[in-house]
Ligand binder design. Structure first.
Ligand code: PMP
Length: 367
C-alpha cells in the first residue's frame, strides 16, 4: 500500500495536488462515513447524509468567500468549459448589447468562441500580439455600446497571467472565469455579476463546477432554454436537479473545511501562496537570463509560474532531471511549450523550496 513517503511534489496544472489532510480523510471515510456505514460513493444523493455534505459544502464556500444574500451559489457539471456556453445562453441571448471579452490568454478565447455561437460579441482587449503576457490597464479596455456583460479570466492557466486587481465597469455585470485561482485569495464578490470555477485546481477534483451568480442576473435567462442549461434550474433545485457528482462535491466540502479549520481562511492561504510564488520568481529573476519568465512582472500568476530555458533541448533535460528528483508535471502546456510550475493552495512550501533548489542547481550545472 502506498504511503505519504511515496508522494512526489506534483506541479500539475489540473487535476492537481490535493491537501494531504483531505486525501487522508477521504481515504478513512471511503469504507464508511461516520454513522452511515457506507461511503459517499454508495449512498443516495437524496439521503440525509448527502443532504449534510451538500449543505456543509455550500456553507463552506459562502463563509470562505463572504458571499452575501444577493448571490446564489450553485454546483454544476460539464467543467468550466460548459460555462463558456451557459454564460452566453443565460445572459447574452435576447439582449441587445454584445458580450464583451477581455482576452488575456487561451481560456478567455475559448469563452469568446462559444459566446459568438449564441449572440453578438465584442473583443474589448486582446493581448494576443504580445503572446498573452500581461493584463490590460483599465484605460486600454474598449467596451462596446451597452454591453450585455464583460467576461474576464482572473488567471490564465496556460500563459501564467493573472489579474492583481479586477477592473470594474459601471452598470455592466462582470463575469469571471476563476477556474485556476478560485479559493487562492480573498475576493470582493460584490464586484461581480458572476464567478465560476471548475474544482480540479484549488478546490478539489474534476466533476464539479462552482457558479456564484448575482440574483438579478437570473431574470435574464430565457424560458426556452433546456432545463439543464438554465441556471435557474440549479437554483430552484438546490444544485440537485439530477444526480450531482457526489464524490467531487464531497471533496470540495473537505477542501473548504481544510481552508477554514487548518489554514485559517483565504487571507492566510493567500499569504502562503504569495510567499511561494515570490520564491520561484526570485530564482527566475536572479538567474541572469537563464530562466526567462513568460508573464510581465505586474501580471505574473501566483498560481502558474511559466518560464523558458535557453533551448528546447535544455527544457527537455530540465523536465527529465526534475522528474528524477521527484518534481513532476512541470511541462508547459503543449500550445506554448516551456516550463510551468503550478503551485496551487495544496502545494506545500517544501515542494516550492525543492523546486527552487533544483532550479538553482540546474542553472549552475547547465548555465
Ligand atoms: N478556464 C480555465 C482558466 C482553465 O484553467 C480551465 C482548465 N484548465 C478551463 C477553463 C476548462 O476547464 P474544464 O476542463 O473543467 O472544462
Amino acid at each position: 500500500m502506498a504511503t505519504v513517503a511515496d508522494r512526489v511534489f506534483n506541479f500539475s496544472a489540473g487535476p492537481a495536488v490535493l491537501p494531504l489532510p483531505v486525501l487522508e480523510k477521504a481515504q478513512r471515510e471511503l469504507l464508511a462515513l461516520p454513522g452511515v456505514g457506507s461511503s459517499v460513493l454508495e449512498i443516495s444523493h437524496r439521503s440525509k447524509a448527502f443532504d449534510g455534505i451538500l449543505e456543509r459544502t455550500l456553507a463552506g464556500l459562502k463563509s470562505l468567500l463572504g458571499i452575501g444574500e444577493e448571490y446564489e451559489v450553485v454546483l454544476l457539471q460539464g467543467g468550466a468549459s460548459l460555462q463558456f456556453s451557459m454564460v452566453p445562453m443565460n445572459f447574452l441571448a435576447g439582449q441587445s448589447g454584445a458580450a464583451n471579452y477581455v482576452l488575456t490568454g487561451t481560456w478567455g478565447k475559448g469563452g469568446l468562441k462559444e459566446a459568438s455561437r449564441i449572440g453578438k460579441t465584442h473583443i474589448a482587449w486582446d493581448g494576443g500580439a504580445n503572446g498573452y503576457n500581461c493584463v490590460p490597464s483599465a484605460d486600454e479596455i474598449g467596451l462596446s455600446e451597452s454591453p450585455a456583460y464583460v467576461h474576464v479570466t482572473s488567471n490564465e492557466t496556460i500563459q501564467g497571467v493573472q489579474w492583481q486587481q479586477m477592473p470594474s465597469f459601471e452598470n455592466v455585470p462582470l463575469i469571471c472565469d476563476s477556474s485556476s485561482d478560485f479559493l487562492s485569495r480573498p475576493v470582493d464578490i460584490s464586484q461581480y455579476g458572476m464567478i465560476y470555477a471548475c474544482a480540479q485546481k484549488n478546490a478539489g477534483i474534476a466533476g464539479v463546477t462552482v457558479a456564484i451568480i448575482r440574483r438579478d442576473l437570473l431574470a435574464r435567462s430565457r424560458d426556452d432554454l433546456p432545463a439543464m442549461l438554465d441556471y435557474r434550474t440549479f437554483v430552484e433545485k438546490g444544485s440537485r436537479p439530477n444526480t450531482p457528482p457526489v464524490f467531487a462535491v464531497y471533496i470540495l466540502g473537505l477542501v473548504c473545511e481544510w481552508l477554514m479549520n487548518e489554514v485559517g481562511g483565504l487571507h492566510a492561504i493567500s499569504e502562503r501562496n504569495m510567499a511561494k510564488a515570490t520564491k520561484v520568481y526570485e530564482v527566475i529573476d536572479s538567474s541572469s537570463g537563464f530562466y526567462k519568465g513568460h508573464a510581465c512582472p505586474e501580471s505574473r500568476s501566483i498560481m502558474n509560474v511559466t518560464f523558458r530555458l535557453p533551448s528546447e533541448n535544455l527544457e527537455a533535460t530540465f523536465l527529465e532531471n526534475a522528474a528524477s528528483a521527484g518534481l513532476t508535471d512541470l511541462k508547459g502546456h503543449r500550445s506554448v511549450g516551456g516550463i510551468r510550475a503550478s503551485i496551487y493552495n495544496a502545494m506545500p512550501e517544501e515542494g516550492v523550496e525543492a523546486l527552487c533548489q533544483f532550479m538553482d542547481d540546474f542553472k549552475c550545472s547547465h548555465g
